[in-house]
Structures are given as structure tokens and as C-alpha cells.
Design a protein around this ligand. Structure first.
Ligand code: SAM
Length: 283
């Protein structure tokens, strides 16, 4: 039986309706109320598993307002499950505001784990780098998107993005602009669904692949982009490091790196990574 006064954060499938745990089904059946992002969408899943629990609506635009209502339900001894349209609540989805509110009122918040598109994609992509950085959705406007990509440019972890079908081509084009054409990408499309597709290649070849077949631009996407290669810093001698330190104290990071590379003829990428390390140890 679910615990009284508790909020359950329940992961639901990202496509295939069978991808849900036995524990999730039991909780959804036995709680007093399910708060769903779009009750109409959740009805499908609940009907498949013959669950008839009362549904209320909690979405991006009413989440803050619903916090009081849900804590009142918990205060009256009821229990509530939170679900979103697909996957794990709080992951590029509503949930965090409610969870924070309920925790601040000292009611138990209990996660019921399950599908999440990012981890599903990573699990079957064959990427050997064990580190990844989950970003989620990039900004929709190209200028802001490029600014975010620039901030991510020097990360060595695999970068994980969510993207909508109508922006997939634009976003990869911007990635080529900022990361260069040769970085590796895995495009994971329509995971757990009929047209599930994995495509890996350079950013440039993957963009051509997408553009050559409009069908491949449809559906839901996770993009896994390799991080920048760890540059060999062994060639940076004390003289180059000293030059970089001096310039960093006077100039913005990028300018200091560029000038140091020009003056010392050392590898710019290696200097960039060293500059980031120096900045971090400075603060
Ligand atoms: N909470 C979800 C999760 O745990 O993954 C994410 C919800 S977010 C609003 C929806 C985005 O997740 C989609 O635009 C897509 O980028 C990604 N996504 C969700 N389901 C997917 C699927 N079956 N295949 C590929 N990407 C998916």
C-alpha cells in the first residue's frame, strides 16, 4: 500500500506503453489522486493497465498554484502520484517546483524510477566515454542557442540534448558552426517506438543524412554529441603558462588564450583548457 501523506514521483513510458515498472503500476492504482501533466494523455496508459484512479491536472503553467492544493491533500492524509506525459517527471518536464514545495513541508517524496529518454539513448548508443552532461532543450532562437553551445564548447563530457523535430536541422547546423563539422553525434529518434532509429557519424555527415530524408526529421529526438578531445597539455612549458596567467589577469579568457597561442605558438585548445583550470582554481 502507498504511504499516507506521501508524494510519489512516478516515471511513465517514453513510447512503448509496456515500459513501466510493476511498482509504478501498483502505486498509480492505489494512490488517492494522480496529478498528471495532461490527464487526457495519461488516460491512455492508465486504461491499458485498467487503472481508474482520479486524475487532476498539473502542468508547467499551474504548477506553482497546484503546490498548495497538493500539500493540502497530503495534510488530509491522502497520497498523490505525479506523472508527466512521458518519462521521468522533473527531467525537462514539470515536477521540481512541486517536489521542492512538498519537501519544504516535510512530507515524504518517493521516486518510482523508470524510463527517461536521455538514459535510454545513452544505454544503446555505444559511447565509451563514461561521463555525460545532460543539457535538455537548447534555446529556440539561434542567437541564444549559439551562446549556450559556445559555453559548452570546451566540455569533454558527452553532451546530451533533447530536440523537437522542427528544430533538429537548425540546431545541428548551429552545432557545426560552434563545435566544427567533425565532432561525433548519435541521433536517437523515436526511442521504444515503431520507427526507432540510431544514427551515428560526424555532425556534418549526420546533417546531410537528415536532410536527405524528410522522414528522419520526424518524431522525438535525443542528440548525443561527443565532448571536445582532451588536449595534450604536456607541451605547455612554464613560459607559456606564465604568459597565459599574466594575460588572464588583464583580459577576457578567450582573448588571453588567443594571444598566448599567437605569442608562444602552443596549441590553442590545450591553452584554453589550462585557462579554464586556472580560472577555476582562482575562484
Ligand atoms: N521527462 C522526459 C524524460 O524523462 O525523458 C522528457 C520530456 S521532454 C518534454 C520531451 C523530449 O524528450 C522530446 O522532445 C525528446 O527530445 C525527448 N524524448 C521523449 N521521448 C522520446 C523518445 N521516445 N525518443 C526520443 N526522444 C524522446
Amino acid at each position: 500500500m502507498p504511504q499516507k501523506n506521501a508524494l510519489y514521483v512516478v516515471a511513465t513510458p517514453i513510447g512503448n506503453l509496456s515500459d513501466i515498472s510493476l511498482r509504478a503500476l501498483e502505486i498509480l492504482e492505489k494512490v488517492d489522486v494522480i496529478a498528471a501533466e495532461h490527464p487526457q494523455n495519461s488516460k491512455h496508459l492508465l486504461a491499458k493497465h485498467s487503472i481508474h484512479t482520479k486524475l487532476i491536472s498539473l502542468h508547467q503553467h499551474n504548477e506553482a498554484a497546484m503546490c498548495e492544493k497538493i500539500s493540502a491533500l497530503l495534510a488530509s492524509g491522502k497520497n498523490v502520484a505525479l506523472v508527466t506525459d512521458a518519462g521521468t517527471p522533473g527531467i525537462s518536464d514539470p515536477g521540481a517546483i512541486l517536489v521542492k514545495h512538498i519537501r519544504s513541508h516535510d512530507y515524504p517524496v518517493i521516486p518510482i524510477p523508470g524510463a527517461t529518454a536521455a538514459v535510454c539513448a545513452l544505454s544503446a548508443a555505444g559511447i565509451v566515454n563514461p561521463h555525460f552532461l545532460f543539457y535538455g532543450f537548447l534555446p529556440t532562437k539561434s542567437g541564444l542557442r549559439k551562446r549556450e553551445l559556445t559555453a559548452l564548447q570546451s566540455h569533454t563530457y558527452t553532451l546530451v540534448f533533447y530536440e523537437a523535430p522542427h528544430r533538429i536541422v537548425e540546431s545541428i547546423t548551429d552545432m557545426i558552426d560552434i563545435f566544427g563539422s567533425k565532432r561525433e553525434i548519435t541521433i536517437a529518434r523515436e526511442l521504444t517506438k515503431l520507427f526507432e532509429t540510431f544514427h551515428s557519424g560526424t555532425l556534418e555527415s549526420s546533417l546531410s543524412w537528415l536532410q536527405s530524408d524528410a522522414n528522419q526529421q520526424k518524431g522525438e529526438f535525443v542528440l548525443l554529441v561527443s565532448g571536445t578531445e582532451i588536449a595534450d597539455q604536456s607541451e605547455i612549458d612554464d613560459q607559456a603558462k606564465h604568459t597565459l596567467q599574466c594575460l588572464l589577469s588583464e583580459l577576457p579568457l578567450k582573448q588571453a588564450v588567443k594571444l598566448t597561442a599567437d605569442i608562444t605558438r602552443k596549441n590553442k585548445n590545450a591553452l584554453y583548457q589550462l585557462a579554464l583550470q586556472l580560472k577555476t582554481t582562482d575562484t
